[in-house]
Design a binder for this molecule. Sequence first.
Ligand SMILES: O=C(O)CCC(=O)C(=O)O
Length: 489
Amino acid sequence: MAAGSEASSPLSLEARAAGDQGEHVKPFTPEKAKEIIMSLQQPAIFCNMVFDWPARHWTAKYLSEVLHGKQIRFRMGMKSIDTVPQFETVCSYVEATLEEFLAWNCDQSCVLGPFKDYDHSKFWAYADYKYLISLFDDKTDVFQDVIWSDFGFPGRNGQESTLWIGSLGAHTPCHLDSYGCNLVFQVQGRKRWHLFPPEDTPFLYPTRIPYEESSVFSKINVVNPDLKRFPQFQKAQRHMVTLSPGQVLFVPRHWWHYVESIDPVTVSINSWIELEEDHLARVEEAITRTLVCALKTLEDPHDIRAWLNPTEVEETSHEVNCHYLNGAVAAYFDHYKTSKVEEIQELRTNKEKMKKEDLNMCNHLEVEGACGQSITTAARKQQATSLFGPDLVPVTLSPRETPSEGGGIFESDSKDFVDKGRQHFARPYCADRQRMMSNSKSAAVEQIASRSAPAPSQTCISTDDLLDCLVNPQVTRMVAQLLLQGKSL
Ligand SMILES: O=C(O)CCC(=O)C(=O)O
């Protein structure tokens, strides 16, 4: 049993969340923490690493004083749960100060102010994905309150961080981030994270609509999935954890996540850590942008906002996108020319690379049954066992649930899942992996079949259907590799 499994009881997690400041010694040196982050292939919670960070006092109340009167954009969503994800394109937005947010959130009968049209019992508000650098303007001293150098990233502080302030039920739809891995510091309130490994991508029904650079969304509302439409989702390996104040969650590269606020006010701060693999990911993202913008603009030049995520300033022209793609390809070669010539050799033969890439089409469609082609649950478990302990707690696989047991966002804490997940973690692995591998070929096909499934006589392929295939992450990975191969010959 992993040392950390024992430590993952809800009680001890919460106790550690409070920050056992008695010893005033961090469990990991910056060098060790970085080593863990760079090698760990499963999500885990760092405990006792931030007890001395000034940012642990960044409650919404405190921030409202520091940001005194600053207008912030809040995303407004419905508390009722549909089977369709609440993408940002369907949310409404309110400009308000944090004081106004807190007044609305505390005095729920509040009928005045910018939130007046939003009944607190029906809506949540989320000031999400705010770069500290644009929030704090000239108050640059505050950046020092966030000390990512403790995790082995010298000089990284609030300047490279984003802030998330939400009310109960505020959530981010299930997506994966194309670049980097992620460190998330929970400051106030608790958030429930639903995580799925990269190899589950076919079961998550990826889409690039709405389009946001660096985010691949899932078509599934993972807390209330439509299993008739998305049957493969049942095979996804949900890892679930509740992140409490004082804890730092490590999200490895390309792990899918759905995040929900389960307390009246939540505040978290995160930083995406760049990785070597980002050079290739930039080429993939450039291919995606070029295709999405071209097709969606052609389809309806007047309704850009229906597909362009509000975080994107505007759709870009084909000329700009080609320029962007060329820039990404040039940057890729510059990087490897100067730092890793042998990597390009490898890319030419394309063998090792194919083995390593966890989103590789071959892993899912061609080498079915070949356990060991990508990082697997078992490999993760094996690799990490020795690292876990009371200060690094693995996020484990959750038991499979029927949809009704899935836990609506307004159920209380999911502590029990940490415990149940521990039992599940000990299950023999190979049956699970084989089941996943043997089902993954049909998963890609069923993804396509699941698209609104009209009667055969009415079958029509929409631009979105076409794009879902063209810019499927597995396809763009392959296109990027072919493009780079062609250029390096
Ligand atoms: O906290 C959230 O709502 C989402 C956070 C997230 O998506 C991220 O840190 O990548």
